[in-house]
Design a protein around this ligand. Structure first.
Ligand code: GTP
Ligand code: ZN
Length: 300
């Protein structure tokens, strides 16, 4: 034991696994888990952040610096101040189901949020056992539009452990979060992705602090590669602060047409010479998504 410690690196790079109050659990590059105290100026660290750490002569190790992050998910705390909850997310697994029925503009908002984070999207239609009995023609037509714009879609039944392996393979080494409206099966999917409760909880008990139940976002390594960052707050995160540029670039199907409207500040609404509207009329762009674009436009 003593020998191990004397050979262990005394500083290095690691990743934040979770937060306990003012302390952080980090994973070193060697896979060791260290409970660290962070300097006060690092209060904005979040689960998923890459950091520099060092052992100290006494007490916990310390996080000494945060490395650059590719993105961060923030949400308002009880005072309305934006707080970072997870960083370095590569993939939003957006879950919808046939019962409760999909709320399509919520789905569009997740796609916009993913685009703003520069993250990929995987749409997971859960409860495929209810598709035959609950899917309306309208819902199938809405879903077909996502297929047409090239959104990756998987059909699964979390309760029946169907399609969970497909989600794991689709993650492909990326760091994912699971989001979606209430009741669609996010918890069921997360539980299936992390079936070994030791993976879910045991990592935290490694610190010798005993089993910890934390509501902070936690990063779980997945057996097939990649990771899931999960917490109740991550799951029901929603898009806030939508502006026009974010809205327009959140509709990837517009891209081939952008820059070709008569007015360079065209909002694709009432303007003459709008190529987006023309493409919708010509059947080249999905009309239901476009109608929802217009209603989102009225909110920015
Ligand atoms: N029929 C069917 N029901 C499912 C399936 N997966 C989950 N459910 C059920 O759907 C309900 C909601 O599942 P949850 O996993 O709690 O959904 P959630 O999205 O985490 O819900 P919130 O916590 O409200 O956000 C539960 O009763 C599940 O048992 C499925 O594949 N088929
Ligand atoms: Zn236009």
């Amino acid at each position: 034991m003593t020998e191990n410690i004397s050979h262990a690196a005394s500083s290095g790079i690691g990743q934040v696994i979770t937060r306990f109050g003012a302390d952080f659990l980090i994973e070193t590059e060697a896979g060791e888990r260290l409970r660290c105290t962070a300097r006060r100026k690092l209060d904005h660290l979040a689960c998923g952040d890459h950091v520099q750490w060092e052992r100290q002569a006494q007490g916990n190790a310390a996080v000494t610096a945060m490395l650059p992050r590719r993105n961060v998910l923030e949400r308002p705390d009880f005072r309305g101040k934006l707080r970072p909850i997870a960083a370095n997310i590569d993939l939003l697994i957006v879950v919808a189901s046939w019962q409760p029925a999909p709320v399509w503009d919520t789905l569009d908002r997740y796609l916009i949020a993913a685009n703003r984070l520069h993250a990929d999207v995987l749409l997971v239609m859960n409860k495929m056992d209810l598709r035959q009995t609950h899917a309306t023609a309208e819902a199938e037509a809405c879903l077909a539009e996502y297929v047409n714009i090239g959104c990756p879609i998987l059909h699964v039944a979390a309760d029946q452990q169907q399609g969970i392996g497909d989600i794991l393979s689709a993650i492909q080494g990326r760091t994912a979060i699971v989001v979606g409206q209430s009741g669609v099966g996010k918890s069921s999917i997360a539980a299936q992705l992390l079936p070994d409760t030791d993976i879910r909880v045991g990592t935290i008990s490694d610190t010798g602090e005993g089993r910890h139940t934390t509501t902070s976002a936690t990063l779980y390594r997945l057996p097939a590669g990649g990771a899931l960052i999960d917490s109740p707050g991550v799951r029901d995160f929603g898009l806030t602060g939508l502006d026009f540029a974010t809205l327009e670039s959140g509709f990837p199907e517009f891209r081939p047409f952008l820059g070709e409207c008569r007015f360079n500040n065209c909002t694709h609404n009432h303007e003459p010479g709008c190529v987006i509207k023309a493409a919708v009329s010509a059947g080249q762009l999905p009309p239901k998504r476009f109608a929802r674009y217009l209603s989102l436009l009225s909110t920015v």
